[in-house]
Design a protein around this ligand. Structure first.
Ligand code: E4P
Length: 216
């Protein structure tokens, strides 16, 4: 399973990248706004800065919701760097735009996916990635991991090439369960990635080893 970091924060991206396990980055308009990125020029520059930091796919989201607007924006985003993946919302014009991008050699990430039916449409349109939001599914009293399992089964029996990108990750357990359920990629905030490191028995064991090492 590939690891993407889900942030527009350059320091977090650098810290995760320095671990040596980072395969890419996802952003969304909320994450960009959180970093205070405003105006088209600054937005494009920020994506270029992220691409310069990480050797891997970087999802950049279109803001338009009509077919022509998404295509025009997507072309500009894709021109920033070869690693840019155009992130497109799961709406009717979004599916048309994903098909257009697929036919024109531009890779896509279909975002805001909450059902298997939506994921089938994204795969049929040729999306490179499909992003089921498992944390938000959990928030609505359904089970986000069950959705990953369902997509994994459907994509496997149907032979779809689209990669399942588990998104809206809230903790380290979501990462482990996404891996178990067959996600190809997990996009996680830095805290969830670092959360994978933690186990109290590791801390206790290391303290004991260091104490005993003094007697060596
Ligand atoms: C990633 O591509 C999504 O935009 C992101 O994971 C959404 O996460 P959230 O539900 O924590 O906002």
């Amino acid at each position: 399973m590939k690891f993407f970091i889900d942030t527009a924060n350059l320091a977090h991206i650098k810290e995760a990248n320095d671990l040596g396990i980072l395969d890419g980055v996802t952003t969304n308009p909320s994450l960009m706004a959180k970093e205070g990125i405003k105006g088209q020029e600054n937005i494009l520059k920020h994506y270029a800065d992220i691409c310069a930091l990480v050797e891997g796919d970087v999802s950049a989201e279109v803001l338009s919701t009509d077919f022509n607007g998404m295509v025009e924006e997507g072309k500009k985003l894709a021109a920033i760097h070869k690693n840019i993946v155009v992130k497109v919302p799961m709406i009717k014009d979004g599916i048309k735009a994903i098909k257009w991008f697929t036919d024109n050699g531009i890779r896509t990430n279909c975002t805001l996916v909450f059902s298997a039916g939506q994921a089938i449409l994204a795969a049929k349109a040729g999306a490179t990635y499909v992003s089921p939001f498992i944390g938000r599914v959990d928030d609505s009293n359904w089970d986000g991991i069950v959705l990953i399992e369902q997509l994994s089964h459907i994509y496997s029996v149907q032979g779809f090439d689209t990669q399942i990108l588990a998104a809206s990750i809230r903790n380290a357990l979501h990462i482990v369960r996404s891996a178990e359920a067959g996600a190809h990629v997990c996009t996680c905030p830095l805290d969830s990635i670092l959360g994978l490191l933690k186990h109290p028995l590791t801390d206790i064991g290391l303290a004991k080893f260091l104490e005993d090492a003094k007697k060596m």
